[in-house]
Design a binder for this molecule. Sequence first.
Ligand SMILES: [Zn+2]
Length: 295
Amino acid sequence: MLTRLYRITLLFLISVPAYSQNTNNITLLQPNQVNDSCIKIANKLSSVTFNECISLELMPSQHQSNNKNNLLIKEYPPLLNKRQPQARILMLGGIHGDEYSSVTIMFKWMKILDKYHSGLFHWKVAPLVNPDGLLQKKSQRINASGVDLNRNFPNNGSPQASLEYWKDRAYSDPRRYPGPSPLSEPETQWIVKLIKDFKPDAIVSVHAPYGIVDYDGPPSPPSRLGHLYLKLLGTYPGSLGNYAGLQEEIPVVTIELPYAGIMPSNHEVSRIWVDMIKWLRVNIPQPPKAKTALQ
Ligand SMILES: [Zn+2]
């Protein structure tokens, strides 16, 4: 007998075309690449099934990690003949490969977007920025070259700052190695290109396990998302918050889930999402621009 979940998944698979409307310029080979990625991700994450992954119709970004894993992306574009999106939002998971919940929650939120994308925002979602870190036999924070991607972003005019900080303040901790120079890694090169091309009005980046909300850049941060309360941790040279939030002045919401290996309850996953949408709706782009866009 079919379980309810299986029947829903089956119905969903049947009801969704094999390729999305955004695949015009994608070669036939590429869905196989996504297949391979979904097999690897589902084998690694107990909370993401292969069917769940494949039904989301993620696309290869044309960029790969050091270990030639596909860097996957999903776009929720403006809806034709509907309202203009209020803002462009970039959402990133799994910059640190051992923070499993930060990847799984991307898949849960993409499922929500698949069902309810209303055109309010134009989204791009990169659920797994550091596939090499996650897909190691023992998942690791750093990428395949031993670089902490969240220390490998550009430093305004000070390319040595990340290395100096790492030696002096992080005591050369190998888990926080910023790489030989900013943007030495294909994964960070991809994210910076994505930021420059897509020009997001806000970035949401998910980590674990501090159980708080951190924030960099203008305007004022959310005080709470779900049960996660605002706590400003400060930025590090080479971090995404430092690069995008402070240097590029793009609001960066960093969500730190409470556990790397345990997902929040389904209720909490929804609450964080709803609170985040409410905050984005009021604050992004910054008023009074937002007011104009909403009319
Ligand atoms: Zn992290």
